[in-house]
Design a protein around this ligand. Structure first.
Ligand code: AP5
Ligand code: MG
Length: 210
């Protein structure tokens, strides 16, 4: 199963991807997590990405396309994967087509901007394994450490309200046109992303099986 998760920043792509990948036993490929890891390790790509990420802009297409191209060649991708946060622009979608990738379903998680602004202040992330939590809606068991790997949770630098606003604008301008792109290909499914996490997961799994 090869799945793309589309949706605004904070729509719940990462949170839902963590559950879907367990269900299908396929890897979650989050370009955001790959980029943050590269920034932490100060690799050439990470150093290039830093100013874009911290201002809420998109990292240049060629940098991200190369990262994804490398990642999809790894053995664990043989039976499929979930792309969380890629493609984000029409050129990225075209690059994926040119790699010969056949996507089964493109799942668009719909959440209004004002709901997203409220969610982002409570987000906590694990800088080691990339898991996502929310202080109120999806808390870690002890509130401080990652349930999966025990690392202390942190706040993402780009979660400040002004940066979230910039990311939402970038989403509407550059990523939202992908809904039409995949609608035209016939594999777009939309799911309302507001409500209890488990209910949204159930709706997504149902949509993927349809
Ligand atoms: P990335 O890490 O992909 O960030 P994003 O798309 O901005 O999305 P988020 O991770 O912020 O949100 P999400 O949809 O995963 O929501 P989450 O599950 O965390 O990208 C970061 C940056 O990297 C970009 O700005 C860009 O610079 C760069 N980048 C990445 N990919 C790129 C690409 N392809 N091209 C170019 N640049 C790229 O949920 C949010 C919060 O809400 C959490 O706290 C969660 O617990 C909570 N929550 C989730 N669902 C619910 C619910 N139903 N009810 C209540 N709370 C909920
Ligand atoms: Mg995410």
């Amino acid at each position: 199963m090869k799945i793309i998760l589309l949706g605004a920043p904070g729509a719940g792509k990462g949170t839902q991807a963590e559950k879907i990948c367990v269900h299908y036993n396929i890897p979650q490929i989050s370009t955001g997590n790959i980029i943050r890891e590269a920034m932490k390790n100060e690799t050439p790509a990470g150093l290039k990405a830093k100013e874009f990420v911290n201002s809420g802009a998109l990292v240049p297409d060629e940098v991200v396309i190369e990262m994804v191209n490398d990642r999809l060649k790894q053995d664990d991708c043989a039976n499929g994967y979930i792309l969380d946060g890629f493609p984000r622009t029409v050129p990225q979608a075209e690059a994926l087509d040119q790699m010969g990738v056949q996507i089964d379903k493109v799942l668009d998680i719909e959440v209004a901007d004002d709901v997203i602004m409220g969610r982002m202040t409570g987000r906590r992330v694990c800088s080691k394994c990339g898991a996502t939590y929310h202080t109120e809606f999806n808390p870690a068991k002890d509130g401080v450490h990652c349930d999966k790997c025990g690392t202390e949770l942190t706040i993402r630098k780009d979660d400040e309200p002004e940066t979230v606003k910039a990311r939402l604008q970038v989403y509407h301008e550059q990523t939202e046109p992908l809904k039409d792109y995949y609608q035209n290909k016939g594999n777009l499914v939309m799911v309302e992303g507001v409500g209890a996490l488990d209910e949204i997961t159930a709706k997504i799994l149902k949509a993927l099986e349809a």
